[in-house]
Design a protein around this ligand. Structure first.
Ligand code: PA5
Length: 444
């Protein structure tokens, strides 16, 4: 089972804090369990691994099987919470090179998560001569980036298969009743999946938002849910035996002692997009009211050769949370070389995991000595069940952390500011006054 370990933490936090913090954690826990805290209407994810819609789950598996049968590629259109979870899980479990691998499941292309014409054109080009389907994901159904991308990919689908044929290949994941995407899907007869009202984007990876694209790659989504359910059961007990309590407490105490950045580190490059998912989860949940740790991420050992310098000797701003994923799926052993020209024979016969683990220990010791506290999150392996545990663990700890910080962990009012400016500058109706004001500031 996933565990949280603290390394030499007494150097950084000499006073015991658990007993003092326990009543506040218990209160935060009750708010999550009962939906009685700020934003409580968005705590549907807390019991999701038990209460998820089994009929829809079966429809997701059936749709994934159809896509696998009739498509060589799936285009997943979504941004933020409607994208990062699926990408994180697919990269982590299938590899960041999934699309390049020989396999009998479709490639998965993520689009609509930015506004780059070049990257969109690239995917359109890659689809030339390829049978494909589209999963458009937007809870609100009105987000500009995915809505614009969907125009292009829907047009490409309809050109290739006609309106009728395209209908079988468009899957819309959105609100159950509201929004432009829902209306469009109903009018056009596309199959729809639901982003539940009570689950916000960044907590939605274990709903159809994440599950459909993940299932298309052949990942066992039942195992993913099983892992999440195991962690849900553990988190139901309000005590420091719960790893989410340990993690929420330590990061809160480190924040209170002056740390302002949390660096999530992992020694597996396949974890990169899980880190991106984690950054959104914590950044959007905590970064408000002038508060919150800044969530950043590094990929070790690669970043030890770049960011490593700052971490070791730069301004003492951060602490590290190191995710350890356990044994690699493949064991590789360093070959012996008769000449030993590179002097590496002292490693001959050792596995890559052995070398990685020594790098991990060396870094832990060096960074701690350099004044960077280290928290270790030890996952229960590398498969879908372990990842399900990890996802729920981070979500639960995030909810607890938000309430410890006394913010609403389930809203994101700050995200609107850029949108309003963009709409005004694009000439959307209703924003005329703001347009003039902004253009004056830009000297247009
Ligand atoms: O966490 C969130 O709510 C956001 O990141 C949203 O997921 C993101 O803005 C996309 O929104 P939507 O799914 O409504 O298109």
């Amino acid at each position: 089972m996933l565990d949280v370990k603290l390394f030499e933490m007494k150097t950084f936090l000499p006073m015991p804090y658990e007993d003092a913090l326990a009543p506040r954690l218990k209160l935060a826990h009750e708010k999550l369990q009962n939906g009685s805290g700020a934003g409580g209407e968005f705590t549907g994810w807390v019991h999701l691994p038990r209460d998820y819609d089994k009929e829809e789950f079966a429809r997701i598996q059936a749709a994934a099987a159809r896509i696998q049968a009739n498509s060589q590629a799936l285009v997943v259109i979504g941004i933020g919470g409607s994208y990062l979870g699926a990408r994180g899980v697919i990269d982590c479990l299938c590899s960041p090179n999934y699309n390049l691998k020989k396999k009998d499941t479709p490639n998965v292309y993520f689009v609509g998560n930015g506004l780059s014409a070049d990257s969109m054109q690239e995917v359109l080009d890659l689809l030339d001569g390829v049978d494909f389907s589209v999963n458009v994901i937007s809870k609100s159904g009105t987000t500009t980036e995915p809505a614009v991308a969907f125009r292009f990919f829907r047009e490409a689908l309809e050109k290739k298969y006609g309106k009728e044929g395209a209908r079988e290949r468009i899957f819309a994941t959105t609100d159950k009743a509201r929004g432009a995407l829902k209306s469009l899907a109903d009018a056009e007869g596309w199959e729809t999946f639901v982003v539940p009202d009570e689950i916000g984007g960044r907590y939605s990876v274990l709903t159809a938002v994440g599950l459909l694209p993940i299932a298309v790659t052949g990942v066992d989504i039942e195992a993913l849910m099983r892992g999440a359910a195991q962690m849900m059961d553990i988190c139901a007990t309000p005590s420091f035996d719960c790893p989410a309590w340990k993690y929420a407490a330590i990061r809160y105490e480190l924040y209170r002692s002056g740390r302002s950045i949390e660096l999530l580190a992992c020694y597996d490059p396949a974890f990169r997009f899980m880190s991106e998912w984690w950054k959104q989860l914590y950044g959007e949940s905590e970064g408000k009211d002038g508060k919150g740790l800044f969530p950043a991420s590094v990929e070790f050992t690669a970043d030890l050769h770049s960011m490593g310098q700052y971490i070791q000797q730069g301004k003492r701003l951060m602490f590290e949370t190191v995710v350890r994923l356990g044994a690699s799926g493949h064991q590789l052993y360093v070959p012996r070389d008769e000449d030993d020209g590179d002097g590496l024979n002292f490693l001959a016969g050792e596995s890559m995991d052995f070398i990685r683990d020594r790098a991990m220990e060396g870094t832990l010791l060096a960074h701690t000595e350099g004044g960077v506290p280290n928290v270790i999150v030890e996952a229960d392996g590398k498969g879908p069940e372990a990842l399900g545990q990890l996802i729920y663990f981070f979500e639960y700890a995030c909810g607890l952390s938000g309430y410890l910080l006394d913010v609403n962990p389930f809203d994101q009012p700050g995200v609107e500011a850029y949108k309003k400016n963009m709409f005004a500058l694009l000439g959307k109706s209703g924003y005329e006054d703001r347009k003039a004001e902004l253009e004056a500031k830009l000297n247009k």
